[in-house]
Design a protein around this ligand. Sequence first.
Ligand code: ACK
Length: 895
Amino acid sequence: MLCCPHKDKKFSQGDKKQETLRFWEEVSIMDEKNIPIRTYQVCNVLEPSQNNWLRTDWIPRSGAQRVYVEVKFTLRDCNSLPGVTGTCKETFNLYYHESNEDRESYIKESSFIKVDTVAADESFTQVDVGDRIMKLNTEVRDVKVTTKKGFYLAFQDVGACIALVSVRVFYKTCPLTIRNLATFPDTVTGADTSSLVEVRGSCVNRSEEREEPKMYCGADGEWLVPIGGCFCSPGYEERGGACKACTAGFYKARSVDPACAKCPPHSYSLRDGATVCDCHTGYFRADSDPASMSCTQPPSAPQQLISVVNETSVVLEWAPPRRLGGRSDAIYSVDRLGENPHLTHTRYTFTVHARNGVSRASGAGSAPSVSVSVTTNQAAPSPVSMIQVLDVTRHSLLLSWQQPDRPNGVILEYEVKFYEKDQKERSYRIMRTFSQTVDVTGLSPLTVYVFHVRARTAAGYGDFSSPFEFSTNSDPFPLIGEGVNSAFLLLRAAKNIYITYGAVQLIYSHSSLLSSLLSLLLPTGVKIYVDPFTYEDPDQAIHDFAKEIDVSSIHIEKVIGMGEFGEVCSGRLRLQGKREIYVAIKSLKAGYSDKQRRDFLSEASIMGQFDHPNIIRLEGVVTRCKPLMIITEYMENGSLDAFLRKHDGQFTVIQLVGMLRGIASGMKYLSDMNYVHRDLAARNILVNSNLVCKVSDFGLSRVLEDDPEAAYTARVGHIPIRWTAPEAITYRKFTTSSDVWSYGIVMWEVVSYGERPYWDMNNQDVMKAVEEGYRLPAPMDCPVVLHQLMLDCWERERAERPSFSQILNMLDKLIRNPGTLRRTGGDRYILPIPTGTMLESGLGSEVCVSVVPEACVPEWSVYEWLQSIGLEIYRETFAAAGYNNLESLLALTHQ
Ligand code: ACK
């Protein structure tokens, strides 16, 4: 604590001489330990228009981009100075001037740029050395210095009574660190308070790159978002952040192996750093054996070889060797001594050898073997050369064939072997017949079967014919009825073509049929969103869901922004018999295509189905004259992200939670309607003058991806990576649960007052980091419970994320018990990043990356289908009635 810097020269009580400092002066004083220190003081409080400057020497910036200036000073309270009127001030100004020169003797005041006006937290009223009444103030300001080699600081006094005690100028770095076996150097932070410096790490000694190691150095000197890393090289393992050699008796073969392992049986390592263990004498390792496998031996000879002669064929049988050598890959080879196998009365000697994977490595000459001699008798018939089909039905094939060219005796019977082509020979059937035809029955309709035929004489079976393929006929088409039947036919079509995105999407059908289908299945009172793209005629959808407004009742006032299709204006709407209201008017710019018209109006068809205080309300549309317009309620504070940035730090936590509650309530309503938003982000939330937040933007992006055509062409969809759940990015699984993920990101945006999620990281790194388990840290002053709720929304498994109804309950509870919002996490923290597989790639762009839509939609279970239409409670009922797949639903009757 400093003692009394103003002692010598300031006003002191009872001192009538009023000795005053005219300019900044260097004054020696004693600190509280009576050690002399130097201060700069000024105190011209009686004279108006003071402008006294004090400047530092040139300060080299040494690579820093943002410097911090910590000023310690004392300041006299004007009220405590007798006789002082309006001239006395209680602040001073801090300035800086960037320069390459360290010898500028005179710098014009006007070339200094103001950093801030600095006021004291504590001023003092009396000089009383003994009581230590004077208070030392410490204020820190930061300033971006990027243009020159160094800078000067200056202090401008405009009539205060101040003593500058110390000025400390510093910059921040993220300190040298090792993460995931990569070293990251001491790194100077970026120029702006929200900028991140991307730093590549280098693998520590004896390690190699797993994936390029990277981290970001945050403005406050903290390392953020480690990605990638290194593995210890073969022969080394991680110990205490370094790679240490495996000790004798241990080895590590691959860098991906987590640690050194004990040598496997029958092997050893004598030196440190072994990548593989050597085999004991008499034991071997095959080239393809992994280093983790025991060393093994070749097998002994096969045992108990016996032969069974069937006219001209011989069946040999033997038992495995007594010693398999510790392996399971024994193979046998048979050598034959003697000519022409199909001749009668020939003597042969067969030798069976046993080998395994280390037979070659063992260097032993011939493989251990066992032999047997046999004599054959008569030649078998030659193969049947052609099979024909005489008749086909849905379940049978009538086949015929010719006798073999060389029967070599009287044919006793034919054997027909056949199987479904798809099944290959995994399961086959055999039929025997004396004639040259067979009626094969019990077959499945519209299935390809493969047939082989062989003949048998007294000499045994000949070889099978080559394969012949024949297909059965298809089932006839089911009857198409009226009413209920057509609804189920549509259900079948829907299953085959496209069921997706939370509603049954029936393509090429009229929505009234959809309604009839749903009315059969839905309990009354459940309202389900109908996708306007299921309408054959898009104008029909607009007329079903939106009111046509006469253009004369709209009064456009000014342009407030640009939308996807053209300008967004504000204005007034006066409908007959109603009071005038403020509205937002989106218009479709001239020269649009049919498709653009349809896409533009689809937003109104979607919005028109919703009626909720947290969903932007559609007033109506203008489609009968040009330009086409969509009229919605007016939201005075515009979009939420810009609004929060403009009012950084100005709301209470309860106000922020109130906004989040509104958004959650709107999203619960949408999810109850089975509508999946897919682009939930603060930029798509609008705020009115009462701070009520409403979900908006039911526009184009979904339409593109939902387009059934798009699924079958290489059409490219746009996904806002930072807001989108991993499963929606990787395989387009957009569900209410992926909306919940986005909601978690919106929470983060709100609590951080519109900060960009994942700051200025690129999309590819965001995907990788999220995939590796990284989650956004709690924003400054974020209540722990809110961050926990965000983390719950970002569960990798979508089934584990909360529902909007649970989120809403949670927020209501927090609002009722604001005490729970008081605990904040303090410092930011980084979640550990588990190692795992990485996303292969992503194409980076500012907000969106392009993905090629999937070519087909996975088949749904009955449960998934029920879930998609909000009727999962009937799961048991359906299952109990035996409806286990969508196909089985086709058999449902109205009764
Ligand atoms: O952030 P903003 O002011 O809020 O800029 C965008 C712009 O139009 C383009 O979308 C604003 N906007 C859109 N709809 C409305 C509305 N219903 N009320 C007020 N502003 C709106 C949005």
